[in-house]
Design a binder for this molecule. Structure first.
Ligand SMILES: Nc1ncnc2c1ncn2[C@@H]1O[C@H](COP(=O)(O)OP(=O)(O)OP(=O)(O)O)[C@@H](O)[C@H]1O
Ligand SMILES: O=P(O)(O)OC[C@@]1(O)O[C@H](CO)[C@@H](O)[C@@H]1O
Length: 309
């Protein structure tokens, strides 16, 4: 069973315009609304791949009602803790030249009793056959050690944890040894305090240092360049696929979804990473944070090259 945890969900409002003029009136050419937040995107993508998840986290207010409604319509199970604050709206501005500017709200203030309720809920699901996907930022009022503490408790109950977070949340959580992580290039460079663009050899070295800490798999996503997938037994480089990009928002979530789905299905390493590349490349072709169709993913998967490194 896969449980996604989105502590800071969002209504994603993706707006298109020709060119963003800073300090001027900008007329939009298209507006799309999605139920978003990283874990929720993972749930949406796994559903499209043919899998099942339960989407959890904090939701509140009219945004929360909309997210639950959309998930229900899409046949995705959810079990959120209702909070007194309002779920945020994040604005994604897509220009004709492909530039995407993201304006993410901080999210509501969460009370201690709401945190306790979510922790209890998650521990209730935890067991040897459970994979938790903990992804994205945390709202106000939540301590930056929350992911670390949760991972420790979930692992004590035999569950596996896939962590996708950045900044302090990422740094703190590594101490709890999540089973899988998916840093992108800049998250890794920041963690290792590199003030220049790391080359592939350096990225692999940094990834291997994380494996030495006890993390089972490190997927380093490199945008259109593809990704590096490292584990103690096997490491693979996959170049990115050439696709017509509309919005790269959610590409990382699509990769997290495909890897989680593969683990749940018991796919081998190479099969899993190929699905990861295909699903994430498919995600950039869709508008907003809509997941790619399974048909498209299968077509793209046939084009993925996996090179052992
Ligand atoms: N322009 C692109 N063309 C093809 N594939 C892409 C492109 N951008 C991203 N991808 C695919 O998506 C994966 C994840 O992208 P990226 O490294 O940008 O993740 P991320 O920074 O976590 O993204 P986000 O936080 O916006 O979801 C890449 O490894 C790649 O397979
Ligand atoms: O502010 P966070 O939690 O880091 O990221 C939230 C977010 O940008 O991530 C998803 C794309 O990955 C979007 O659906 C959502 O708006």
């Amino acid at each position: 069973m896969i449980i996604t945890v989105t502590m800071n969900p969002a209504i994603d409002k993706t707006v298109d315009l020709v060119h963003f003029e800073h300090g001027s009136l900008n007329r939009l050419t298209n507006v799309i609304i999605d139920a978003g937040g990283k874990g929720i995107n993972v749930s949406k993508t796994i559903k499209e791949l043919g899998g099942e998840t339960i989407a959890t986290g904090f939701i509140g207010g009219s945004g929360g009602v909309l997210i639950e409604k959309v998930l229900k319509e899409q046949g995705i199970k959810s079990d959120f803790v209702q909070v007194s604050g309002e779920t945020r709206t994040n604005l994604k501005v897509v220009e004709q030249n492909g530039f995407v500017t993201e304006l993410n709200e901080p999210g509501p203030v969460i009370k201690q009793e709401e945190i306790d309720l979510l922790t209890e809920k998650l521990l209730g699901y935890a067991g040897a056959d459970t994979l938790f996907v903990i992804a994205g930022s945390i709202p106000n009022g939540v301590d930056k050690n929350i992911y670390k503490e949760l991972i420790i408790k979930l692992k004590e109950k035999g569950a596996k944890v896939f962590l996708d977070a950045d900044g302090d949340l990422f740094v703190n959580s590594l101490e709890a040894k999540p089973d899988i992580i998916k840093p992108n290039r800049s998250e890794l460079e920041e963690y290792f305090s590199m003030d220049y663009r790391a080359n592939e050899e350096e990225l692999i070295k940094m990834g291997n240092k994380l494996l030495d800490k006890g993390i089972g798999m490190v997927a380093i996503s490199l945008g259109q360049m593809g990704a590096l997938f490292l584990s103690k037994d096997q490491s693979i480089r996959c170049p990115g696929l050439k696709v017509e990009a509309h919005s790269t928002v959610g590409a990382g979530d699509a990769m997290v979804a495909a890897l989680s789905y593969s683990i749940d299905k018991g796919y081998d390493f190479e099969e899993s990473v190929k699905l990861g590349i295909a699903t994430s490349a498919g995600a950039v072709t869709t508008k907003g944070t809509k997941p790619p169709s399974r048909d498209l993913v299968d077509k793209l998967k046939a084009q993925v090259t996996a090179v052992n490194i």
